[in-house]
Design a protein around this ligand. Sequence first.
Ligand code: PMT
Length: 396
Amino acid sequence: MLAGRRVVLGVSGGVAAYKSAYLARRLVEAGAVVRVVMTASALHFVGPQTFSAITGTPPVTDLFSGPAVSPHTELGQWADVVVIAPATAATLSRIATGLSEDALVATVLASKAPLVLAPAMHTEMWEHPATRRTMALLEADGHHVVGPGSGPLAMGDVGTGRMSEPDEILAAVDAVLGGSPMGGVRVLVTAGGTREPIDPVRYLGNRSSGKMGFAIAEEAVARGAVVTLVTTADFTGDRGVEVVAVETAQDMAEAVWARAAESDVAVMAAAVADFRPADPAGTKLRRKDGPPGLELEPTPDVLAGVAASDDRPFLIGFAAETGPSDGAIEKARSKGVDLLVANDVTEDGSGFGTDTNRVTIILPDGTVEPWPMLTKREVAARLWDRVAEMRTGGSS
Ligand code: PMT
């Protein structure tokens, strides 16, 4: 459930901060993308370099000295979940009362993501009426509290207030994300443009960058899906995605058909060649021999193969149109899809290589839903919301 999920790990100033480094490691091992925010007090207990090395990104340690203009809103909006371990009495109190003076509490307040708190403090502090009031407020706000446990504390003391072990906190984060909308849904996505060899150095290709398919794959992972991405383009995004690199329509067909039956949803966002050179040259074609007469033959129709299979997934096709989407309405009927996403690839800001896209959703019954110009990630998010409605009549 943690694969590909975006976790903000908040570290406040307690001895247990040394265990947060291990928690960060365990989250990374589970496939999560982890960003760390440290309070000034935390810096007395563990160095930011430790977290940089584990997560690959330097922690945010204050609101004003780093490169980001607004680190707390960036992180808060980015996070799928925020976990604070250790959460000291002071940090808990600031969260409960909204006192967002430091980067950590500001990030919490700037986030709509679920919040997991792992308190750590001496027994007297944990039992103090002020902390009792704080915890009551935090629980009433719906935050998730893990621990504290009992055992050895700082300074040789023993009692309640010991931070839960990193694996317990990891399990709590996992459980919180377990309610994710696409938990366990198996998704197959295609992306990029196929390349059909003319000779060993040249190919017939198209302008697809893979961005649309990548956004769909990443949004699905963020919602808890198990995602396989069959792509011709280099994918450097979420670690939670299983990537199958392919080149030609034939490769893509084989990779997709082998995985379609075990998928719940397939999204065919790749731009697949319809024709390929029938007899690619075995050696480089020479200019001196003049223009080659290229005979073309049809490629396999990847989408049609999935649509025709016995145990087929919920199937989403894309249609690259060069004008109004009238042709796509016929495609939605004839291609055997559950939903077709048409985009006019000649419109500015839409289609190939752009970060935005204006799409029209077409259902086989002829329903047409034009969506506004959105980022590709927003298209992906809306698409998954739409698919959830269609698959379950509500949430997925
Ligand atoms: O990758 P980007 O730069 O972000 O660009 C995104 C995109 C423009 C490529 C994407 O939004 C898109 O429109 N993808 C579909 C492109 C396409 O091939 O459209 P089509 O109308 O030719 O094909 C219709 C559907 O059949 C598509 O789902 C396609 O994947 C599939 N197909 C086509 C041919 C073939 N031999 N096999 C197929 O499965």
